[in-house]
Design a protein around this ligand. Structure first.
Ligand SMILES: [Zn+2]
Length: 241
């Protein structure tokens, strides 16, 4: 059985900004990686790409995510279909259930999602996704939770939050993450991460944030739940599993 990582994020491009290097590195090593993306990013900017409606932007951003995923080595993408900017307002029972179903279908050992602060931007969709992912990580393992979804319970081994070294070079990004417990050397995968960012053509207005804060030599994760790490700081989210 290949090792598996499940990514749970809010918007097209979160996968690239947060953990594009880790994804590229582990996919290259044969790890199967699946992505749940709650929204189509239909409230985002379009950086000069002509877009006439939210629906058209949603379609373009889905395509961009597919292109970025192919570059990074993500095997499948599941879109939740929630509206960009409104994840906090949706019924949490349904959102958590969608993530539970995603985890039960793809059965990852390691789950990576947002920390409670909502990434350096503190976007409210990110914070809502963090809460839902924490709940889903535990509930996916219990037969009695979402028992009618027709899927077998799945206990993933570990939940990690996306994390970063603080302070970030961009002084506008003031939020600190949960303290990193896993620092992954992704130097050899910077090119791939950059190519994935460029595949998100509508998001090139965020280039300063990408090059200033996201394109790093070592990406950080913070242990959140599951099987304890063998050491306080590791360089591999599968360490000891
Ligand atoms: Zn986002």
């Amino acid at each position: 059985m290949p090792r598996r990582i499940g990514l749970v994020f809010a918007h097209p491009d979160d996968e690239t900004f947060c953990v594009g290097g880790i994804v590229a590195k582990y996919a290259a090593a044969g790890v199967k990686i699946d992505l749940f993306c709650a929204t189509d990013g239909d409230a985002g900017k379009s950086a000069g790409v002509p877009v006439s409606s939210r629906e058209e932007l949603a379609r373009i951003r889905r395509e961009e995510t597919g292109a970025a995923a192919a570059i990074l080595g993500i095997e499948t993408i599941e879109f939740g279909g929630y509206r960009d900017g409104e994840v906090e307002q949706v019924d949490p029972t349904k959102l958590i259930g969608d993530i539970v179903a995603f985890l039960r279908r793809h059965r990852p050992e390691v789950v990576i999602g947002f920390g409670p602060e909502g990434a350096p931007t503190g976007h409210r969709d990110h914070k809502a996704m963090s809460r839902a992912t924490i709940a889903a990580f535990f509930l996916a393992a219990l037969d009695s939770a979402y028992a009618d979804d027709g899927l077998r319970a799945h206990a993933a081994a570990r939940l990690y939050f996306h994390a970063w070294r603080f302070p970030l070079p961009d002084p506008k990004l003031k939020l600190e993450s949960v303290a990193s417990t896993c620092s992954v050397d992704v130097r050899d995968f910077r090119d791939r991460k950059e190519a994935a960012f460029k595949a998100h053509a509508t998001q090139q207005g965020s280039a300063h944030a990408f090059y200033g804060a996201a394109l790093v030599d070592e990406e950080q994760l913070a242990f959140a739940a599951g099987v304890p790490q063998p050491r306080a700081m590791v360089d591999d989210p599968f360490a000891g599993l």
